[in-house]
Write a protein that binds this ligand. Structure first.
Ligand SMILES: CC(C)(COP(=O)(O)OP(=O)(O)OC[C@H]1O[C@@H](n2cnc3c(N)ncnc32)[C@H](O)[C@@H]1OP(=O)(O)O)[C@@H](O)C(=O)NCCC(=O)NCCS
Length: 155
């Protein structure tokens, strides 16, 4: 019997994925990371860049990515974004579920992140996953001096 192709898959980012990831990064943020910043994460032992891809008629397409660090028994999520034309389809939750699963697999105890106070979508995503606000960093973001909400999740 013929097997149906899976609709999505995940894998670690490689250098060849830079154009696709940078495209999503630029759509997603007012102050996007540079190509060099993303590239650097690929070379650091403590950093993981995960991609979630969807099967299309043209092949696999990157829909979301996440960058996180594993330091001692913590993971710190630095960057998460979904292709803007594919939001609200579960890719953000999907990539964060993978981050959390990898943290647990590495025996991490907690996951931490910072999010802009006004980022309703990300706050909704993280809260629904079980992250809780534990503090505020006033004027943390240099571009508009927006506060950061510090969030933590027990893994
Ligand atoms: C935040 C982001 C990654 C969410 O990605 P997504 O693929 O659209 O998320 P999902 O479809 O998996 O949604 C998961 C949950 O997040 C919440 N959510 C997502 N978008 C939302 C929105 N616009 N408003 C309110 N809640 C939202 C909901 O709880 C949603 O669950 P539901 O669809 O069952 O209601 C995406 O909006 C994005 O890339 N934003 C720009 C980059 C960014 O802000 N990254 C986070 C930096 S800290």
């Amino acid at each position: 019997m013929r097997q149906l192709a899976p609709l999505s898959r995940h894998r670690r980012m490689t250098l060849g994925d830079l154009p696709a990831v940078m495209e999503i990064e630029k759509q997603a943020f007012s102050n996007p990371w540079s190509t060099e910043m993303v590239k650097k994460e690929l070379s650091q032992d403590w950093s993981t860049v995960l991609l979630l891809e969807e099967s299309t008629a043209q092949g696999w397409a990157v829909r979301a990515f996440a960058i996180f660090w594993t330091v001692a028994d913590e993971i710190h999520v630095l960057n998460v974004a979904t292709d803007e034309t594919h939001r609200r389809r579960g890719f953000g939750r999907g990539i964060m579920d993978l981050v959390i699963a990898q943290g647990r697999a590495h025996a991490a105890r907690i996951a931490t992140l910072e999010v802009r106070r006004g980022n309703v979508a990300a706050l909704g995503l993280y809260t629904s996953l079980g992250f809780r606000p534990v503090g505020m960093r006033p004027a943390y973001y240099a571009d508009n001096r927006e506060d950061a909400v510090v969030m933590v999740m027990d893994l």
